[in-house]
Design a protein around this ligand. Structure first.
Ligand code: SF4
Length: 397
């Protein structure tokens, strides 16, 4: 089954830390948004022809759809209707598909919500980042805690049980105490899913530029150090788990039975296709897989004709596929099953990885239980180091 990602790069305001291909490109109902939706619909309609040219397998059945961005909740009811019509014209969206909308609190109109419910949307992911108003406004978020909690209640009243809240550890103005407050409010709201990210200040964000210029805007002087951020992340893992929201991936936590089906596809290397600005795709093919990414320049995306530019397609061979299966699989708490990998990729590649895994186990960074390997809590804190050691020490170059 296929996962579909639809990127909607429009935002009401640009958050100070944001380095995504998103911006204040025009409000709801603007010509630009209208043109963009048309482009995405055209891209959906051309998917089968383009993926056939790539010699990739495009499954017909879709069991997850994710509207991300940006702020896709800014689209109108009519624009959503057109996107779903294009999608259902090309694919069979299963009756029980998980359909997620990323949403900035306070930025989903009643009409769009009603239409989305009619179209099958059943999961909402709120970009809260902080439930402490001074922190949220310091990074340019337009909501307050009261608005977030009211939005969660509104979704429940509309019959949506699957609700995620994103939080960021290490935001400007965040303290150890205010971080605890944010996590506690998330727990108190009883949402079944929480994502926790560690702030990484990108030099292309406004916050990053201010930091480089030794400026004082955006609360830049109060950004937590890497060590403090890591400590807050570790604390959040413990607090959430003691509140029954269990970690299932480095950044993702859920009450039992509420893990995101769409995101799991990324870590399990199941096929997904992305439409829209900067959307990424991975489909299986005879060798192993193909990956490609759309342009991240809106002006360029807008002017593509109905056939679309052929993206640069990366062909993933068996060895690279094995590496991906290890790195992506180890992001999940369930880890990877070496027996499954052996039957998919062969003994030789497994053999090379086992020596590196032995070293990592001795260092307390991974643990093994029969054929299953997973990161330890310490391993999750330094996951990039673990992955690079696996890369260096496996003979797959
Ligand atoms: S709402 Fe999200 S995508 Fe938009 S500017 Fe803020 S962080 Fe970036």
């Amino acid at each position: 089954m296929l996962g579909v990602y639809i990127s909607v790069p429009f935002c009401k305001a640009k958050c100070s830390y944001c380095n995504f291909a998103s911006g204040v490109f025009g409000g709801p109902g603007s010509d630009r948004m209208e043109r963009y939706v048309e482009r995405v619909c055209a891209e959906i309609r051309s998917a089968r022809v383009r993926t056939t040219e790539m010699r990739a397998e495009l499954p017909e059945q879709v069991d997850t759809v994710f509207f991300g961005g940006g702020t896709p909740s800014l689209l109108s009811a009519g624009q959503m209707r057109r996107l779903f019509a294009a999608l259902r014209g090309e694919f069979k969206v299963t009756a029980d598909a998980e359909v997620t909308l990323e949403c900035a609190p306070g930025q989903l109109g009643d009409q769009t919500l009603d239409e989305l419910l009619r179209l099958g949307m059943n999961r909402v992911s709120f970009g809260v980042q902080s439930f402490v108003d001074a922190e949220a406004s310091a990074v340019g978020r337009l909501h307050t805690r009261a608005m977030c909690l009211a939005e969660i209640a509104r979704m429940r009243a509309a019959g949506i049980a699957e609700i995620n809240v994103d939080l960021i550890a290490g935001l400007p103005r965040q303290t150890a105490v205010s971080w605890r407050e944010s996590v506690d409010v998330a727990l108190g709201s009883a949402v079944p899913h929480v994502s926790v990210y560690m702030l990484e200040v990108d030099e292309d964000s406004r916050l990053g530029r201010e930091l480089l210029a030794h400026g004082t805007r955006y609360g830049v002087e109060s950004v937590a150090s890497d060590d403090e951020t890591a400590e807050r992340y570790a604390e959040a893992c413990a607090w959430l788990e003691s509140g029954g929201v269990m970690q299932y991936e480095i950044s993702n936590f859920a009450r039992k039975g509420h893990a995101s089906r769409h995101n799991r596809k990324y870590w399990r290397r199941e096929p997904y296709i992305g439409f829209g600005l900067d959307a990424h795709s991975m489909l299986r093919c005879d060798d192993d897989a193909v990956r490609w990414a759309n342009t991240d320049e809106l002006a360029r995306y807008e002017v593509q004709d109905s056939r679309f530019e052929s993206p640069e397609v990366e062909r993933i061979g068996r060895e690279q596929g094995f590496e991906e299966a290890m790195f992506l699989g180890l992001r999940m708490n369930e880890g990877v099953d070496l027996e499954e990998l052996r039957s998919e990729f062969g003994e030789e590649l497994i053999h090379g990885a086992v020596a590196a895994l032995d070293d990592l186990e001795e260092a307390g960074l991974v643990e093994r239980e029969e054929s299953r390997v997973r990161l330890t809590a310490r391993g999750r804190m330094v996951s990039n180091e673990v992955f690079s050691r696996l890369l260096v020490e496996t003979p797959v170059g």
